[in-house]
Design a protein around this ligand. Structure first.
Ligand code: PGA
Length: 253
């Protein structure tokens, strides 16, 4: 089955409002010549308003980098999914490896965040991926399956279908080292078959993105693989030209 490409820029904690507005405007303008690919930008929370204003009238969607697992209440510093939806976000990244490693998010917390996001009408982009040691020990699939399990077990099929999964090997994030297209494809295929264990139709339609040092020159080979439906882009998303070239790489050449 043909899945539509999706490329998501994860700006992480970079920039200023001026930088964010310029970058969003450049991506919105450049995206007009691209067809057949969905594009989303995930700026820091405080820049969602500014970026959303620049994206209005374009096909580029707005997303956030994380969300609270709670729907509202006394949670100082947190942002509810309903607030992101109110700011016109369509997507939210959950369980990025930096959140898991630096902020102690467990796979149960990630599943709760994804559920809260889905309930607010957002599409969660659920990140999974192994560290180098896991790969060297041949534990990649086991780690990825364990990271996905709480989410897959907590969702009904209809809801599951709304989600996006991102495979991001931790050793490839921000390191300049990318998984080879074959290495990435093998894990994407494994993820798709894991989802098929819950529901085959969802496995056929769910988009699985690759992330980890995706650049304009390696994107075409990655995106050509059968089970890779697009990318989650960090460093290269901070340069409009590079990001747009990556977005263009999802299209048949
Ligand atoms: P990178 O980051 O493209 O800079 O490796 C990807 C990510 O962390 O989502």
């Amino acid at each position: 089955m043909q899945r539509r490409g999706l490329v998501v820029g994860n700006w992480k904690m970079h920039g200023s409002t001026a930088f964010a507005a310029d970058l969003a405007r450049a991506v919105a303008d450049g995206s007009r010549s691209l067809t057949g690919v969905d594009i989303a930008l995930c700026p820091p929370h405080v820049m969602l308003g500014v970026v959303g204003a620049e994206l209005r009238g374009s096909e580029v969607a707005l997303g956030a980098q994380t969300v609270s697992e709670f729907s509202e209440g006394a949670y100082t510093g947190e942002t509810a999914a309903s607030m992101l939806a109110d700011l016109a976000c369509s997507f939210v990244i959950v369980g990025h490896s930096e959140r898991r490693q630096l902020f102690g998010e467990t796979s149960e917390v990630v599943a709760a965040k994804a559920s809260t996001a889905l309930a607010a009408g957002l599409v969660p982009i659920i990140c999974v991926g192994e560290v180098l040691e896991d790969r060297q020990n041949g534990a990649t699939n086991a780690i990825v399956a364990a990271q996905l399990r709480p989410f897959l077990e907590s969702q009904g099929k209809d809801v599951l279908r709304q989600a996006v999964i991102a495979y991001e090997p931790v050793w490839a994030i921000g390191t300049g080292e990318t998984a080879s297209p074959e290495q990435a494809q093998a894990v994407h295929h494994f993820i798709r078959s894991t989802v098929a264990g819950v529901d085959q139709a969802t496995a056929d339609s769910i988009r699985i993105l690759y992330g980890g040092s995706v650049k304009p020159d390696n994107a075409p080979d990655l995106f050509r693989m059968t089970d890779i439906d697009g990318g989650l882009i960090g460093g290269a998303a901070l340069k409009a030209d590079d990001f747009l070239r990556i977005c263009g790489s999802t299209q048949p050449s």
